[in-house]
Design a binder for this molecule. Structure first.
Ligand code: AMP
Ligand code: GLY
Length: 425
């Protein structure tokens, strides 16, 4: 089978790494890929959102199956376009991907079907949004309703900050058209977890649990990022929480999407806030999480292609999905300055040494080739992933990998997985 993976981050490297182990794969392409993916796949210089370009490329290479990583192309209807062209594609349709691309739609859906989430209002009119904030008081959360690369969420400690956030999103258009509508939410306390499930629109099969680290600095300080590290399993997702989330969130949401005529096939990802044994939904994503996918793929025992094909053919209920009992931890190594402005093109040393350590996998996010070497080419550069018999062992392995690597300006958190350790002790 000839497979095309769309995207070029750590998530896509982990997906390519996993499917490269499938005996049924004869050739892997990636668009645009990165320097790490290029070791396992042939990379094509086509952007993930250039759907016509991807279609032309896939036809020219007789691709049998397309696996889509990022939300951008999903929300533009890449899966619909490939299906219409007679090429099998994994991921939700444009209409189903709205669960991530339109927070106002999703909050209304959750309200309509009784899925637990923060109280909210959604507004197209700035004055109404301001009046709502004044009525509700602070702390409060202000969100651009559309896609904003994880940056369109502002947690306001005071009413003034919330009003400034509305101004930034609705008047200054800091996130462009994504801010035409704002969602204003009750501030929830608790511990976050990422809950991903495979679904073919009927059966819902949970993945191993995981937890992301969104803030840039240790102890969850500083601004939000795309994610600075992740680990799996996440002890906050106890068997009782998992059962509750399946029963009250994942299955009802998949049923609700079907009822709304937006059958959801692919990976449904609920960002959860867990407090006092109760989970509420912060957001849904219509895809694999990044970096969560790195530790999750490190633990998936089943052939990912079998799962993907079972989803496309709607026979997931009969498809076994098994996980390694090992733990996995992924540490993101970022460029100096990230999540603000950063320089690219820094030489990366030690990649082979790190990858040669037992239990270490180095997934690339923002890397490219230059003068025969590998250089930084993004804010998040690498996801160094370690496996081990316990979270503690996996942390140690992952950081041993990190210490083998260096590039100018690099930084990373030193406390990835620390929460899991606290819970264990
Ligand atoms: P979202 O993209 O909607 O998941 O929001 C990004 C991040 O903002 C989440 O991972 C949380 O850390 C935080 N957040 C979002 N909504 C809330 C909320 N209602 N209460 C507290 N924190 C929130
Ligand atoms: N790790 C957060 C996300 O994938 O959106």
């Amino acid at each position: 089978m000839r497979v095309l993976v769309v995207g070029g981050g750590g998530r896509e490297h982990a997906l390519v790494w996993k499917i490269s182990q499938s005996p049924r794969v004869t050739k892997i392409y990636a668009a645009p890929g990165n320097a790490g993916i290029a070791q396992l796949a042939e990379c094509a210089a086509v952007k993930a959102e250039d759907i016509n370009g991807l279609l032309t490329f896939a036809r020219s290479k007789a691709v049998d199956l397309v696996i889509v990583g990022p939300e951008g192309p999903l929300s533009l209807g890449i899966v619909d376009a490939f299906q219409a062209a007679g090429i099998r594609a994994f991921g939700p349709s444009r209409q189903a991907a709205e669960i991530e691309a339109n927070k106002a739609f999703t909050k209304d859906l959750m309200q309509k079907y009784g899925i637990p989430t923060a109280a909210y209002g959604s507004f197209r009119d700035r004055k109404e949004a301001e009046a709502y904030v004044r009525r509700q008081g602070a702390p409060v959360v202000v969100k651009a309703a559309g896609l904003a690369a994880g940056k369109g969420v502002i947690i306001a400690e005071t009413v003034e900050e919330a009003l400034a956030a509305i101004d930034l999103i609705m008047t200054k258009k800091a996130f462009g058209a994504a801010g035409d509508v704002v969602v204003i939410e009750e501030f929830l306390r608790g511990e976050e977890a990422s809950f991903m499930a495979f679904t073919d629109g009927r059966a819902v099969v949970p993945m191993a649990s995981s937890q992301d680290h969104k803030r840039i600095f240790d102890d969850d300080k500083g601004p939000n990022t795309g994610g600075m590290g992740a680990y799996s399993p996440a002890p906050v997702v106890t068997p009782a929480i998992e059962a509750q989330v399946m029963e009250r969130v994942m299955i009802p949401t998949v049923r609700a999407m079907e009822k709304e005529g937006r059958l959801f096939k692919g990976v449904l990802y609920a960002g959860l806030m867990i407090d006092n044994g109760q989970a509420k939904v912060l957001e849904f994503n219509a895809r694999f999480g990044d970096p969560e996918t790195q530790p999750i793929m490190a633990r998936l025992e089943t052939d990912l292609l079998d799962i993907i094909e079972a989803i496309i053919d709607q026979r997931l209920a009969k498809q076994p999905v098994t996980w390694s009992p090992q733990s996995a931890v992924c540490i993101v190594m970022a460029s100096g300055g990230y999540p603000g402005a950063y320089e690219k093109g820094k030489n990366i040393q030690g990649l082979e040494k790190a990858a040669g350590l037992p239990g270490v996998m180095v997934f690339h996010s923002g890397t490219s080739f230059k003068n025969g070497g590998i250089v930084t080419d993004g804010g998040r550069v690498l996801g160094v992933t370690g496996r081990g018999p316990s979270v503690a062992a996996a942390i140690e392995t992952a950081y041993a990998g990190v210490r083998a690597i260096s590039f100018a300006g690099m930084h990373y958190r030193s406390d990835i997985g620390a929460r899991a350790m606290l819970r264990r002790s």
